[in-house]
Design a protein around this ligand. Structure first.
Ligand code: NAG
Ligand code: NAG
Length: 268
């Protein structure tokens, strides 16, 4: 490749030397990026196994943010015993071959929507145990069919969680790891129970009751309005009828009939 460069320079005008240097640095930069993408993340320890897959170990490194320089041929990552508090969207999107992801023993309280985006077809095991998860947005696990370890988190079992669970595609056994520590409404006896095993308890019932009361009040309001209108209508018609009868009475009438009409008036 080197022997091609001198003849090239012969065709260059003076200003072109700069161009050549720029091209040269571009080639170098590409090489560097390629190198970064295929080598190990800084501060982590990498090893290749026989199948060619890479294992990245970043355990117990006091990390506070998920490393963004993980090699794209990583198959297993151990990020346990660090200080992560959140998994941002697309945190692992550049890792199409990831099979196992260990985020256990961190301080995760939040999984942003799309946190595991891009891992749907490859990821088989996700460890989120021993964190601070209380709730999650169903979109956090979008497309993920992995087996997840969700145990040892302070799960807060409420209507939101109950509605989110059916929308999660994780291997169903994973959800048995959600053991309620607190609940809303409190003291309904789900604390300490696996959430999936108490399907007869409807945590959304409180919300439904509130809706029912609102419906009742609205219906009562309408009912009152209709009744008031009816009463008003009848009264107005009574007035009219009386006036009409008085008019009839004032007309010259056959004797005997007058008494009859006065009786009708009294009745009305
Ligand atoms: C990793 O990225 C490089 C380019 O940055 C690409 O050439 C290579 O094929 C990728 N490897 C995998 C396993 O996707
Ligand atoms: C899940 O994690 C807990 C604690 O981190 C561990 O004791 C348990 O064996 C794990 N469960 C599975 C199914 O791997």
């Amino acid at each position: 490749k080197r022997d091609k460069r001198p003849p090239r320079r012969l065709f260059c005008r003076p200003g072109c030397l700069v161009m050549c240097l720029l091209l040269h640095s571009l080639v170098l930069m590409t090489f560097c990026f390629h190198h970064a993408a295929t080598s190990c993340s800084k501060s982590c320890y990498c090893s290749e196994n026989e199948e060619g897959g890479k294992t990245v170990r970043c355990s117990n490194l006091q990390l506070t943010e998920i490393p963004q320089d993980l090699p794209n041929d990583t198959r297993r990552i151990y990020l346990d015993f660090n200080h992560f508090t959140t998994v941002p969207s697309n945190a692992f999107a550049g890792l199409p071959h990831l099979v196992e992801l260990d985020l256990s023993h961190n301080e995760l309280s939040q999984l942003e929507p799309g946190a595991f985006r891009g891992l749907g077809s490859s990821l088989q095991f996700l460890d989120l145990s021993s964190n601070k998860l209380v709730n999650f947005h169903p979109e956090a696990f979008e497309g993920l069919r992995a087996r997840a370890n969700l145990t040892n988190n302070p799960w807060h079992c409420d209507c939101n969680l109950q509605m989110a669970l059916p929308r999660v595609d994780l291997e169903p056994a994973s959800l048995t790891g959600i053991v309620c520590q607190t609940s809303e409404p409190p003291d309904i006896g789900v604390e300490g129970l696996t959430f999936l095993l108490v399907p007869e308890i409807d945590l959304c019932v409180v919300m439904k009751k509130t809706t029912d009361v609102a419906m009742l009040v609205t219906m009562f309001g309408w009912f009152t309005m209709v009744i008031s209108y009816l009463v008003y209508y009848v009264r107005a018609n009574q007035e009219d009828a009386r006036r009409h009868l008085e008019y009839l009475k004032s007309l010259p009438s056959r004797p005997g009939k007058s008494e009859e009409s006065s009786t009708i008036s009294t009745v009305v």
